[in-house]
Design a binder for this molecule. Structure first.
Ligand code: ACO
Length: 436
């Protein structure tokens, strides 16, 4: 963050003295106006619900140019990462700042593999849940429960503790998601297989049973690995900001990540992949492509709350680059699995075409986001709809923990404590109950 020669001057129409505010330049992207001393100098706060114009931190991890539709992890374009790396390379990049060389790659794979098992006690937490509980309810509970197990690494001010917590989380999330799935279908849990790739191990824990041998399909393995890479981080989105805010109190790192899982669940955020697939299934049930016109009319109706799920994004005002890659993967997976005539995929492509030509969506710059196609890929792989957001949480865990660790190691870090514009009752006296 380098100071700029330019200053922003804030003046008031009531004659109060104007003040100069420092400006900082990032390496790319908009400059920021430093308002940290604003309250001390003027007695005024800024007002920005939903953080439409507020940079809550400085960060070196992920950069998005929403107008160009560009996403960079530590400077590398997502298209190159998706083409040339795998998920664990991406984790190394996000956590340590650069892609691993061959030795670092090997060491990192071994390190993560070393931590894939969860404590046997975790099964008892699962048993406390109803079998039909939503996987995100289970994941919020299980990730929070991890905070009760690792007393050797709870000092977030210690960089080694932070690192080992990060590795444990990355390693154990697939095990927990697969356990939540196996519990819901009443099958025995499958232990991790450390000779498989990260995605391959997850597929094995999900779909293998102790009764017979299971071979991981390499096309599915690659597709899932790509889903993980595309979801690994996305700068200061709602769940990441939740993790930062929660972690800013110095809480246990597993507890902070559990807060991120809870936030991700919402349909305006990670829950959109599940909502998008449900929406496609509903349109299909109502008559498929012929009913798209009716559906779009409903979406555009000011009096309806229906949204085109998987469309629109707070930052992207152009095609989400992850959606392009996901669309490509969707084609590959469906073709490889002999599902190229999949009615939901065809429906999604027709819906996308119609929406991209409709003035309502064009004028609002609403384009497909990553969730529009990721649900179709996951469904083709055999992942049940209810588990989609848990798979997203698995992938985003590395981003959350990288961002949390970046915040804690920032010398300027403070507990997050927004202020408010109070519009409620002024001080008043309690009237005795008989007189109210
Ligand atoms: N369908 C129909 N209309 C939409 C959609 C949509 N998916 N998204 C936004 N709009 C409209 C809004 O109604 C609003 O219209 P108006 O100006 O006439 O009132 C306008 O576009 C601007 O929308 P906002 O809600 O102000 O945009 P915001 O940046 O706050 O919301 C969000 C972004 C939450 C992602 C929104 O686009 C949405 O709800 N999309 C559907 C859910 C979704 O796909 N979420 C996934 C996000 S990506 C992720 O988390 C991985």
């Amino acid at each position: 963050m380098s100071p700029s020669d330019v200053k922003a001057t804030l003046s008031f129409s009531d004659g109060s003295p104007s003040i100069d505010l420092p400006l900082y330049k990032g390496s790319i992207g908009p400059d920021v106006i430093d308002i940290r001393k604003l309250y001390a100098q003027t007695g005024k706060f800024t007002y920005d619900p939903g953080f439409l114009s507020t940079a809550s931190c400085n960060s070196t991890i992920t950069y998005i140019d929403g107008d160009k539709g560009e996403l960079l992890y530590r400077g590398y374009p997502i298209e190159q990462i998706a083409q040339s790396c795998d998920f664990l390379d991406t984790c190394h990049l996000l956590l340590y700042g650069d892609l691993p060389n061959l030795t670092q790659r090997d060491d990192f794979h071994k390190l993560v593999a070393n931590h894939t098992m969860v404590n046997e006690q975790m099964q008892f937490f699962l048993r406390g849940f109803r079998r039909d509980a939503h996987p995100m309810a289970i994941m919020t509970g299980l990730v929070g429960a991890l905070s009760a197990f690792y007393h050797d690494s709870t000092d977030i001010n210690n960089p080694q503790h932070r690192e080992i917590s990060a590795i444990r989380l990355i390693a154990k999330m697939p095990t927990l998601v697969a356990m939540a799935y196996k519990y819901s279908v009443g099958q025995p849990y499958m232990y991790p297989r450390n000779n498989l790739s990260y995605a391959g191990n997850f597929i094995h824990m999900m779909f293998a049973t102790p009764c017979e041998d299971y071979t991981v399909n390499p096309i599915i393995e690659r597709a899932l690995d790509r889903i993980f890479m595309l979801h690994a981080d996305h700068e200061q989105n709602a769940s990441t900001s939740t993790v930062r805010l929660c972690g800013s109190s110095g809480t246990n790192p597993f507890a902070a990540i559990a807060a991120g899982v809870a936030c991700l669940w919402g349909p305006a955020h990670g829950g959109a992949n599940e909502a998008a697939l449900n929406m496609l299934e509903d349109i299909q049930k109502m008559g498929g492509a012929e009913r798209i016109g009716d559906f779009i009319r409903q979406v555009k109706d000011k009096n309806s709350t229906v949204k085109l799920m998987g469309f629109g994004h707070r930052v992207y005002k152009n095609y989400d680059p992850r959606a392009k890659l996901m669309r490509e993967t969707c084609h590959e997976v469906l073709t490889a699995l002999g599902l190229h005539d999949d009615p939901l995929f065809k429906l999604a492509m027709t819906l996308e075409k119609i929406a991209l030509e409709d003035d309502y969506f064009v004028s609002r710059k609403l384009y497909p986001n990553v969730d529009f196609y990721s649900g179709i890929v996951q469904r083709a792989i055999g992942i049940p709809v209810g588990l989609f957001t848990a798979v997203f949480a698995l992938a985003r865990t590395v981003g959350w923990i990288a961002q949390l660790n970046e915040m804690i190691s920032d010398p300027e870090y403070k507990i997050g404590r927004p202020r408010q514009l109070f519009v409620g009752a002024k001080a008043r006296d309690v009237v005795p109950i008989a007189l109210r």
